[in-house]
Design a protein around this ligand. Sequence first.
Ligand SMILES: *[C@@H]1O[C@H](CO)[C@@H](O)[C@H](O)[C@H]1NC(C)=O
Ligand SMILES: *[C@@H]1O[C@H](CO)[C@@H](O)[C@H](O)[C@H]1NC(C)=O
Ligand SMILES: *[C@@H]1O[C@H](CO)[C@@H](O)[C@H](O)[C@H]1NC(C)=O
Length: 444
Amino acid sequence: MSGVPPRLHQLPRTVKVFLSLVIVFILLFSFAAWSTYSSSLTVGYPAPDYDTRPTSHLNQSKILLVSAFFPLLKSNHPISDYETWLSNFLSVVKTDIYFYTPPDVVPLIERLRGNHPIYINATYSSPFDVPPLEGLEEIYIEMNEVYKDRGVHSHKMSGIWNAKAFFLDEAVRHVVETPLARGGNHHYEYVFWTDAGGMREPNHYEYWPEYNRVDALWEEGRNLSGYMMQKDELLFLPIVGMGVEYHKQIGMRWKDTDGPGYPGVIPWNAGSFLGGPPGVITWFRNIFYSYHNAWLAQGMWVGIDQDIFSAIMLLYPHRFITVWLGDPLAPAHLYTSVPEGEYGGVQELGACGHWPWYYYEFFLSDAETRDKMRDWWLDRISEPENKMVKGNWEGWWKGSNACRLTDLLWCKQLLEREFGKDWIPPQATLVNLENPKPQEVKWL
Ligand SMILES: *[C@@H]1O[C@H](CO)[C@@H](O)[C@H](O)[C@H]1NC(C)=O
Ligand SMILES: *[C@@H]1O[C@H](CO)[C@@H](O)[C@H](O)[C@H]1NC(C)=O
Ligand SMILES: *[C@@H]1O[C@H](CO)[C@@H](O)[C@H](O)[C@H]1NC(C)=O
């Protein structure tokens, strides 16, 4: 009986049986617990997410971010919030940035950006200096008076939002004139608008949006479309949700002659981020201002960019790919083991941060970065009472609540799913690239 400690031989037989049962129990129990943990991991994180090989960032310079900051006296948030958010973005993200801001804000942006690549274009002091909005300031002031109920505090806010489509495309055209072009031979494959205040939390998004992930998503978009669409025809616009049944009813019946639609023409998009290959960005700019001008000329409310974005999504759903954190049919959602919204920061896909609105930031990162963000968020949720709740609740609550990656969606497919197979996109009857800016407006 070598190998067995001699003192064990001296124990009574019943005690030996008891001890071995305890050992077997511990082994079985930890195996069961481990399998709960690992199976919830496999279920929760789809396979490609578990590629732990370090990502090469050699191609990151093929991504350009475009953003802007025009401080307002009256905004939805105090200026100190913006400085923190700007810093979470400018000091962390190493991707090339083309930035619009008034001359007096340049030093702030330079300071926050440090040594990371940026070109700051200080041509415009106000959003109403940009060509598509030039001469419209008075009309915007009137519009915000007439549509007071829309809750936009400042007509300048509307101006900044509606300048995004111009800034994004204009940066693509002019970036070759800047040092970012690295002597002229540089080509950007993907260009994105991101709100300068869109990173509300400290984060690890150094290589963001991560090139390999982005390129794989566009390839997936082609595949979802059955190869009907090519990469340079697909625009990514994250959505916040589909709203309630009432919103769905509006969305289903919406026609472009109804105007941008308020409240909540659906799908309700985030508005803080959009982009894709340069070609689709030029297309988007043209459609955006064509509709902006047509609707404004008819005295309709165009003060919120998201309403116009959603309308374009309904008109051309085949051109959009998206992500929807709350999608009730997403495989990653169905496996949620915790009650939604009951614990701080735990959303439909697990602990994905305090602002689920910005889930696309996680979605567009590489595997290493996603793991870092998961850890950051898990540290910030508190352990719920260890009671059985719908599904398995085994104490491995952190592992099973790590933020999960959901699937990319092709908007055409999504809208057909939501509105029914019979739904066909409304006709774009007002689109005309020559639609002029209105000189004066008779409000509805
Ligand atoms: C860079 O991107 C090209 C495709 O554009 C790809 O063939 C190549 O493997 C990528 N290199 C790295 C290091 O990721
Ligand atoms: C700055 O923006 C203006 C307006 O878009 C443009 O004409 C100019 O070329 C830009 N400058 C650079 C260096 O990108
Ligand atoms: C999309 O990709 C999947 C698996 O990668 C493949 O089985 C499917 O046939 C592709 N779709 C189309 C339309 O080819």
